[in-house]
Every structure is written in C-alpha cells, then in structure tokens.
Ligand binder design. Structure first.
Ligand SMILES: C[S@@+](CC[C@H](N)C(=O)[O-])C[C@H]1O[C@@H](n2cnc3c(N)ncnc32)[C@H](O)[C@@H]1O
Length: 205
C-alpha cells in the first residue's frame, strides 16, 4: 500500500462521509424502512489505522456484516484492506456501489444475508434488528468463505451484541478479529483465538 499523507487521508475520509450523508438524504423513506444507521466513520477509521499500524490482523481481508451505505467498507479500503460488505437491503447496496464508484474505492458489495443456513438456532433478537434471513447466496457472491475474513465489522442493534459475537464465534476463522461499533463512538475489538475458543478482548478504542 502506498502511504498517503495524513491530510490526504483525512480529505478522502471527509469526502466519503459527505457522500454517505448525501446518499442517505437522497434515498426515499421507503428505501430506509428496513432500518439502517451509520457508524461514526472517523472513530472506525482511527481503529482500522491502529490495527494496520500495530499489525493486529492476520491479513487484509475485511468483511462487513450489514454494510448499509458502505461507509465503513470505504474506510477499510482507505486503510489498505480488501473490503467487501454484505447488505440485505438492495437500495442500500446500490447506493454503496454508487458511492464506491464516485470516489474510486475498490470496495465490493453483495446483496443478501450474512446469516447462514443453520444459524436459526443462534437465538431470538429484538426488532428492529438483524433481519432473520438465512442463506449462502451473498457469501457466494463475495467469493469468500466466512473463515477467510481477517477482520469482520458489525454495528449491532441494541441488545444484539451477544448475538453478533455468537455468529462470529461460529463462523470466523482462527486468529481473525471482530470489530463492533457501540454507543459513544466506541469500537470494541475481539480476537477468535482458535477454532473452538471463546473471544479474547483486544480492547476498547
Ligand atoms: C446498524 S446498521 C449498520 C450499517 C453499517 N454497518 C454501519 O456501521 O454504518 C445495520 C445494517 O445491517 C443490515 N442488515 C440487517 N440484517 C441483515 C442481514 N441478515 N444480512 C445483511 N445485512 C443485514 C441493515 O439493513 C442495516 O443496513
């Protein structure tokens, strides 16, 4: 990855945040009925930069579960990750692709669910929240298996934090990282130590 100056990076991140805002305003009410809310991009960007600087991730494949308008995937791309998002709402996928094209970002987006057949037993969760759809198609479109993702990002709906952990524990590969966004612009990073183990906190950032 070619290192860019802090000013250039901040400029690209600012244009990304502005594009996300603009596309959100352009979407009609019907396009947002399925529910979405954006992570605070500068907080996420700071943690992605820290992961890269400190070599915390085992590799550069970044996957976002529920990628919304694609801002986080864009920030991951700006930080040198190969990013892909899975998003269940088609209107958001189309907007995320448009933003990536506008800003010349190599983020890719697949429409569908990140939950796999068999995940039905991972528990009930409140609504609004993660859509209870289960399938393989979006993963097939990404060309990735869940175990191949070095960093997974999710912004859990309130009350779904443990659910997201359980999905990650079940499907992620050993030594991969789970990044989650939380209230007060905090980002929590956990690591799956091996195929069987529970998640080890790396820290709150
Ligand atoms: C809280 S929003 C977060 C958006 C984005 N990750 C961010 O942090 O800016 C959660 C997103 O997950 C999507 N979603 C909900 N259930 C899903 C599922 N089963 N598979 C894929 N995306 C889903 C929603 O449509 C929504 O865009």
């Amino acid at each position: 990855m070619i290192q860019e100056s802090a000013e250039a990076h901040a400029g690209r991140l600012g244009r990304l945040a502005a594009a996300v805002q603009r596309h959100r305003h352009e979407l009609g009410e019907a396009d947002l009925l399925g529910g979405t809310v954006e992570s605070e991009l500068s907080s996420v960007d700071r943690v992605l930069a820290r992961i890269q600087r400190d070599g915390l991730a085992r590799g550069s494949v970044f996957c976002e579960w529920g990628s919304g308008l694609g801002g986080v995937c864009g920030a991951a791309t700006l930080n040198g990750f190969q990013s892909v998002g899975i998003e269940i709402q088609g209107s958001l996928v189309r907007a995320a692709r448009a933003i990536a094209t506008e800003l010349d970002l190599a983020s890719a987006f697949a429409e569908g669910t990140f939950l796999l057949p068999g995940d039905e037993d991972l528990g009930e969760f409140p609504q609004p929240g993660t859509h209870r759809h289960f399938g393989q198609e979006a993963w097939t479109e990404t060309g990735l298996a869940p175990t191949e993702c070095d960093v997974v990002f999710a912004y859990p709906w309130p009350g779904e934090e443990a659910f997201v952990d359980r999905v990650f524990s079940r499907h992620a590969g050993a030594d991969s990282l789970l990044m989650t966004f939380h209230d007060f612009d905090r980002v929590f990073v956990q690591r799956k130590l091996d195929a069987e183990s529970a998640l080890l906190p790396v820290g709150w950032f």
